[in-house]
Design a protein around this ligand. Structure first.
Ligand code: HEM
Length: 534
């Protein structure tokens, strides 16, 4: 049946797409030759790349930081890693570039009517209600929970070592994900998921391999089918959740489960006699009630934020931490330097009369923070973002490019509806921003300030948390959580790469996940050798 639907869409929409591609003005922009006359353009090779970003890095080397690719049905897409263009798209033009249809409708499949897929007008409303839950003061109150659950994780790993031997090769990803879910449960919803205790919540089951099942290496029919979404009336999207294939079923099953969990959590809050709850959901509900009725979030929108937070706030951080521990394993001398730095900070805290580090102590861990930034630079969990110009516009470039006809240009006129793809992974490795060693590990770049001159993204000039008014609302949350967890783990354990023979892949499942070559059927994993610090 799905093939019939796809063929029908192809017949109707290929001519439309072809006509649209004629209107565009990007023909003179250089880019990789199209693999064939294929209707898929470059989409298939980008989505199937063995290592996320490798193609983009190669294209930046060949064409400069702004280049053109073909999307399905011959439509041109403009890719950019140019800092000025990114600043223009994400900051200067404010809401002038909306999220493209395919990511928006895909997000709705697993996060309903949440902030992540809201239109510009609705986004301001969502963000105003959610902001009070993500202030610095609010987040600092979460630190004891971050520390307690990091220490619980550490105890679990110690137990592994006792059962096994003094060192052990451990897949660190699942327990990191259990810990980040438990953290989110407590600080966001005042709820105990008990994932680290091995409790099988229906949510953890329905989240397991959600993105790899739904988005990793999509079949050609799905890529072509999704491309038709750019041309169909919006009421058709309502039916996507009923598509019977695994790609769509996994998302709609998750959304149903998340909504069930969300209803339970909201009921707990509203029946709670303690109205001054300090968790994210309580603050969101209180902030919503203070709003004028016209601007309030509906019940469905609140459930959707919960479904989104459960995804956006846990595995993103768990995978990012898995990469962080991978980098720490590859660089034992940096690992030791982190340990020494924590020791000094602890001694200072003790001399002051504090039992433990306080939030401002984490800001003084200059090298540890530089390591976190460097890992976020090389391993951005969201590798690119697709935006659509809401009107005709002219994009400024800080790095001029040479067109096919040999002209050197500093700006690119674009048509309304043009897809502009921000390559987060390519920007994060741009030599003009990060220096000649941009492809290699060097946390020191964040200590001499050389990497942080331009202020493109919300954090450390990185695009990893995006930029502008739709940037990650949880970036401070994620950083404080990583600081607390990394200090606990590096103080307690020594990390090494396992013996040679394991090749780690950054796979593209909508988000960038760690897997092991030739063991992809085992799912997301990061195997590291751990032992207790002597
Ligand atoms: C290392 C961890 C994280 C990374 C790399 C990350 C990255 C991102 C990125 C790139 C976006 C923009 C997506 C887009 O425009 O389509 C985003 C949005 C968002 N993130 Fe995060 N995130 C992380 C952790 C978190 C955490 C811990 C939370 C919540 C507790 C969170 C909640 C959100 C929300 C609600 C949005 C939507 C914001 C909006 O549209 O205004 N994220 N994140």
């Amino acid at each position: 049946m799905i093939y019939g639907v796809v063929i029908l869409f192809l017949v109707i929409f290929v001519p439309l797409a072809w006509r649209r591609s004629r209107r565009q003005s990007l023909k003179d922009i250089q880019g990789p030759p199209c693999p064939s006359l294929s209707l898929l353009g470059h989409e298939k090779i980008i989505l199937a790349a063995e290592q996320v970003g490798d193609l983009e890095f190669q294209w930046v080397r060949e064409y400069g930081p702004t280049w053109r690719t073909k999307q399905c049905y011959g439509v041109d897409a403009l890719w950019t890693a140019d800092p000025r263009t990114l600043q223009y798209v994400f900051h200067t033009s404010s809401y002038g570039f909306s999220k493209a249809v395919i990511p928006t409708e895909t997000i709705k499949l697993f996060a309903g009517q949440s902030i992540l897929s809201a239109s510009a007008h609705d986004h301001q409303r969502h963000r105003k209600v959610m902001n009070p839950a993500f202030t610095v003061a609010q987040l600092r109150t979460f630190l004891p929970v971050f520390r307690r659950l990091a220490s619980k994780l550490s105890q679990k790993w110690k137990d592994h070592l006792q059962v096994d031997s003094s060192s052990h090769i451990l897949n660190v990803h699942p327990t990191l994900a259990h810990m980040t879910l438990d953290i989110l449960g407590e600080v966001a919803f005042d709820h105990q998921f008990g994932a680290l205790d091995g409790k099988e919540h229906e949510l953890t089951k329905s989240f397991h391999n959600l993105f790899t099942d739904s988005m990793l290496h999509p079949p050609s029919w799905d890529i072509l089918f999704k491309a038709t979404w750019n041309y169909i009336p919006s009421f058709c999207f309502y039916f996507l959740k009923y598509l019977p294939t695994k790609e769509y079923k996994r998302f709609s099953d998750y959304l149903r489960t998340a909504f069930r969990t969300a209803k339970g959590l909201v009921n707990e809050k509203t029946s709670d006699s303690n109205e001054g709850g300090k968790d994210i959901l309580s603050i969101l509900i209180q902030s919503n009630l203070k709003e004028d009725g016209r601007y309030r979030l509906s019940e469905e929108e609140i459930f959707s934020q919960i479904a989104l937070l459960l995804v956006a706030g846990h595995d993103t951080t768990a995978c990012t931490m898995a990469w962080l521990l991978y980098e720490v394993s590859r660089h034992p001398e940096d690992q030791q330097r982190i340990r020494d730095e924590i020791r000094v900070a602890r001694a200072r805290a003790k001399a002051r009369g504090d039992d433990d580090l306080i939030p401002s102590d984490y800001d003084t861990l200059a090298f540890t923070n530089a390591v976190i930034k460097e890992s976020l630079r090389l391993h951005p969990i969201v590798p690119y973002l697709v935006r659509k110009a809401d009107r005709e516009d002219v994009l400024p470039l800080s790095i001029p490019i040479t067109t096919k006809s040999g002209e050197v240009i500093k700006e690119i006129p674009i048509a309304k509806g043009q897809h502009v793809i921000a390559s987060i992974c390519a920007y994060n490795r741009l030599k003009s921003v990060w220096g000649e060693d941009a492809d290699t590990w060097n946390p020191m770049r964040f200590l001499d300030g050389s990497g942080e001159r331009m202020n493109v993204g919300v954090f450390a000039n990185l695009m990893t948390f995006s930029a502008g008014n739709r940037a990650c609302i949880g970036w401070r949350f994620a950083i404080l959580e990583m600081q607390a967890v990394l200090t606990e783990l590096v103080e307690t354990f020594s990390f090494e790469l396992p013996p040679a023979g394991m090749e780690y892949l950054r796979v593209n499942a909508g988000v960038m996940l760690p897997m092991i070559k030739d063991k992809m059927e085992e799912g997301v994993q990061m195997r590291l050798k751990i032992s207790l610090v002597a």
